[in-house]
Ligand binder design. Structure first.
Ligand SMILES: Nc1ncnc2c1ncn2[C@@H]1O[C@H](COP(=O)(O)OP(=O)(O)OP(=O)(O)O)[C@@H](O)[C@H]1O
Length: 254
């Protein structure tokens, strides 16, 4: 069967922080309705790659990128790209839940208010839909106007996800979104991600081999800034081509 069309393509991407090179000539493609796990030891470049995809590394003054990332037929590193718009289409959730010190409702509508949307019915609907998609509506529907900071870490993380979903992105970038959470909260996020992949393309950095094998369709293994192997998750875990991949997924180093 022919491969489907990628939604996003990374081409010959290298990234330098000052003189130090942190990504080396990365080539990979990502697909709609798939979850891709980025795995590898600490410092291997997973977060750097993730942050390159919505140009968060622009915020690091020493970071310099060469190569291309093609999204919707355009290199996102071209001068035409509006990074604010890009980050709405390619949303990101971080390791530590980072709700704003506002109500749950105001967290979710934050991006819509920035867009100038004021219609209460539109905002109400977006809140309900996004919180449902983030698998947290039932837990918070009676306290939408309480502070998001009063929620548990796992709930805060799902509210952060709802905040990203409310602006209707195509791609979700998740940087170890469950590593600060207990196993039950992490499980709720995994369930949510499996539901969300019906509509989105999801990239997740994870240190958990179990998580990568449970939820991802493809897995990419990074080592020292290089992409060692990228394939269907079953292949990476059951029959990897590279010895380093095999050693990593079987826990020989980490
Ligand atoms: N803002 C920065 N300035 C300078 N160097 C950085 C910066 N961010 C990351 N690096 C370096 O780039 C390399 C890759 O880091 P990165 O955070 O992408 O790795 P990672 O695989 O995500 O690690 P972890 O699993 O610990 O999050 C490391 O050597 C790191 O020290």
């Amino acid at each position: 069967m022919a491969e489907k069309e990628p939604i996003l393509q990374v081409k010959n991407l290298s990234l330098f922080y000052g003189k130090k090179q942190s990504l080396f000539d990365i080539n990979m493609a990502f697909y709609l309705n798939e979850i891709t796990a980025l795995i590898g030891p600490s410092g291997s470049g997973k977060s750097t790659l993730l942050r390159s995809i919505n140009r968060m590394n622009d915020l690091v003054s020493t970071a310099k990128v060469t190569g291309e990332i093609i999204y919707k037929g355009q290199n996102i590193y071209s001068t035409k790209t509006d990074t604010v718009d890009l980050r709405k289409e390619i949303g990101m959730v971080f390791q530590q839940p980072n709700p704003f010190p506002f109500s749950i409702y105001e967290n979710v509508v934050y991006g819509l208010r920035l867009k100038g949307i004021k219609d209460k019915a539109v905002l109400d609907e977006a809140v309900e839909e996004s919180l449902k998609s983030a698998n947290i509506w039932d837990e918070v529907k009676d306290k939408l106007h309480s502070s998001a900071l009063g929620l548990s870490g796992g709930q805060q993380q799902r509210v952060c996800m709802a905040r990203v979903l409310a602006v209707n992105p195509d791609i979700l970038l998740l940087d170890e979104p469950t590593s600060a959470l207990d196993p039950i909260s992490a499980g709720k996020i995994e369930t949510m991600l499996l539901e969300l992949k019906e509509k989105y393309t999801i990239l997740i950095v994870t240190h958990s081999m179990q998580q990568a094998s449970r939820i991802s369709d493809r897995t990419a293994f990074f080592l020292n800034g290089k992409l060692v192997e990228y394939d269907k998750t079953n292949k990476i875990f059951l029959n990897p081509s590279e010895q380093a991949t095999s050693d990593y997924v079987t826990g020989k180093f980490g």
